[in-house]
Design a protein around this ligand. Structure first.
Ligand code: HEC
Ligand code: HEC
Length: 155
C-alpha cells in the first residue's frame, strides 16, 4: 500500500518535472515585450551518456553545463549548426561517429580531446589555461585524466 502511494507520488513528480522542462521551450511564456517567432530548447546541464559501441573507459562520465559556457558562441561548439534548424548531437552519423579509433579525425574521442582544436573541450581549456596562467588565474583542471574538472572521480 505504502509503496503504491509512493509510486504514484513519484509518477506525479516525474510528470510535473517533464511539463516544467517543456514549458521553457515549447509554448513557453516570455515577457510581454517579446513576440517569439520560434524557440529552441536545450539542456542547461547534461551528463554524457557514451554511445553504445564506444571504447570502454573507467573514467567517470563527464558533466557539461551550457550555463558555465555562456560566454562561448553556440556555433563554436555546434560548428555545423546553421543558426536556424535543429542542433544535432556530436555522434550523429557522418559527424564524430568513429567510436573505436580514438586518434582518427572523425572519432568521438577526438571531438572532446583534440588538443589542437579550439572547439574541443581539452583544446579550448588548454588554450585558456595559457591565458589564465599569464594573468595569474587558477587554471581549469585538465589533469590527471582519471580525475580532473571534466572526469570527476566518485569519492
Ligand atoms: C562549449 C561548447 C558548447 C557551447 C558553447 C554550446 N553547446 Fe550545446 N552542447 C554541447 C555539447 C558537448 C552537447 C552534448 C552533445 C552530444 O549530444 O553529444 C550539447 C548539446 C546541445 C543540445 C542537445 C543536442 C542533442 O544531442 O540533442 C542542444 C539543443 C544544444 N546543445 C544547444 C546549444 C545552444 C542553443 C547553444 C548556444 C546558446 C549551445 N548549445 C552552446 C556543447 C556546447
Ligand atoms: C571554446 C572554449 C571551450 C570549450 C570548447 C569548452 N569549454 Fe569548458 N570552459 C570554458 C570556459 C570559458 C569556462 C569558464 C571558465 C570560468 O568560469 O572562469 C569553462 C569551464 C568549464 C568547466 C568548469 C571547470 C572549472 O574548473 O571551473 C567544466 C567542467 C567544463 N568547462 C567542461 C567542458 C566540457 C566537458 C567541454 C566539452 C564538451 C568543454 N568544457 C568545452 C571554455 C570552453
Amino acid at each position: 500500500m505504502r509503496s503504491k502511494v509512493m509510486l504514484s507520488g513519484l509518477i506525479v513528480m516525474v510528470c510535473s518535472l517533464a511539463l516544467a522542462t517543456a514549458a521553457y521551450c515549447e509554448g513557453g511564456k516570455f515577457s510581454d515585450i517579446v513576440d517569439a517567432k520560434s524557440t529552441l530548447c536545450y539542456p542547461l546541464e547534461l551528463t554524457f551518456k557514451r554511445p553504445s559501441g564506444v571504447l570502454k573507459t573507467s573514467f567517470a562520465p563527464v558533466k557539461f553545463s551550457h550555463g558555465q559556457h555562456a560566454s562561448v558562441a553556440c556555433v563554436t561548439c555546434h560548428h555545423m549548426w546553421d543558426g536556424k534548424g535543429e542542433i544535432q548531437g556530436c555522434a550523429e552519423a557522418g559527424c564524430h561517429d568513429n567510436l573505436k579509433d580514438r586518434q582518427e579525425a572523425t572519432s568521438y574521442f577526438r571531438a572532446f580531446h583534440d588538443k589542437n582544436a579550439d572547439n574541443s573541450c581539452l583544446g579550448c581549456h588548454m588554450k585558456l589555461n595559457v591565458e589564465r596562467k599569464a594573468k595569474g588565474q587558477k587554471p581549469l583542471s585538465v589533469a590527471p585524466c582519471s580525475n580532473n574538472g571534466c572526469h570527476v572521480a566518485a569519492k
